[in-house]
Design a protein around this ligand. Structure first.
Ligand code: NDP
Length: 247
């Protein structure tokens, strides 16, 4: 198995895309640390499923927007699971409004979780990865961070910020053999997209040249590839996983 002996930390990993990534990495042999706001029945089922694959699985409660907690979580993961090899910056939220209706609070919270959260965890992991001379960071951007989208000023700015952060960290950490990449999903069916208006789903479906909306597993398999040695000469990349929605 490609990731045997590796430990992966997945932020926001309790459900949706993060849960699919956690399972896929475990399927490839990694032990898994999940960090999320709170542990739910869904989290417990996921941890059981990972353990059922013969892998270790632990949960760490955290708000990724909290800088100090990020340092603590990374240290706790190393204490509990022995090491850290892979960081998946997946936790994200949306709070959609056109710019003239978006509140300061909606702007600040989305930037704090979706962008500062990636900084917080990447910074905490970077010290470990530099010292051990290896590591993988994969962050969840979005096609809407690459092209902008009506009503998503805060979200698109954060997801676009992840692109600049990814390329910068790739340059800073490359000499330590750390690969830093991002994936930019299109519309993926998860609890985040469930409440969106039908017209948003219809538009995404019209755009998707593969003729369907995405599933969390579509993203998870690309993330697992980026975490594997098969992608060891890939860094600073942003890979769209969108069924052709961006074309
Ligand atoms: P979900 O809302 O289904 O899952 C997000 C997870 O992140 C939840 O478990 C949530 O916890 C957790 N979370 C939210 N805020 C925080 C926080 N402050 N600290 C820690 N954990 C937190 O989202 P998706 O699975 O759809 O999305 C995963 C990532 O992929 C996000 O970054 C998203 O922006 C990105 N993405 C998603 C797309 C899609 O179409 N679904 C498209 C492009 C990108 P809780 O349940 O407690 O809120």
């Amino acid at each position: 198995m490609e990731l045997e002996g590796k430990v992966a930390l997945v932020t926001g990993g309790s459900r949706g895309i993060g849960a699919a990534i956690a399972l896929e990495l475990a399927n490839n042999g990694a032990d898994i640390a999940i960090c999320d706001l709170k542990s739910t029945d869904e989290t417990a089922r996921l941890l059981d499923a990972i353990r059922g694959l013969g892998r270790k699985a632990s949960f760490f409660p955290a708000d990724v927007a909290n800088f100090n907690r990020a340092q603590e979580v990374v240290a706790e993961v190393v204490r509990a699971l022995g090491r850290l090899d892979i960081l998946i910056n997946n936790a994200g939220i949306n709070a959609d409004h056109v710019i003239w209706k978006m509140t300061e609070e909606e702007w600040d919270r989305v930037i704090a979780v979706d962008l500062k959260g990636v900084f917080n965890y990447s910074r905490a992991a970077a010290s470990i990865f530099r010292t051990q001379g290896s590591g993988k960071i994969v962050s969840l951007s979005s096609v809407n961070g690459l092209r902008g989208q009506w009503g998503l000023a805060n979200y698109a700015a954060a997801k676009s910020g992840i692109v600049g952060l990814t390329k910068t960290l790739a340059k800073e950490l490359g000499r330590y053999q750390v690969n830093v990449n991002a994936v930019a999903p299109g519309y993926i069916v998860t609890p985040m997209t469930e409440p969106l208006p039908q017209e948003a789903k219809d538009e995404a479906l019209r755009e998707a040249v593969l003729g369907r909306l995405g599933a969390p597993e579509d993203v998870a398999s690309v993330v697992a590839f980026l975490c594997s040695d098969r992608a060891k000469y890939v860094t600073g990349e942003v890979i769209k996983v969108d069924g052709g929605q961006y074309i």
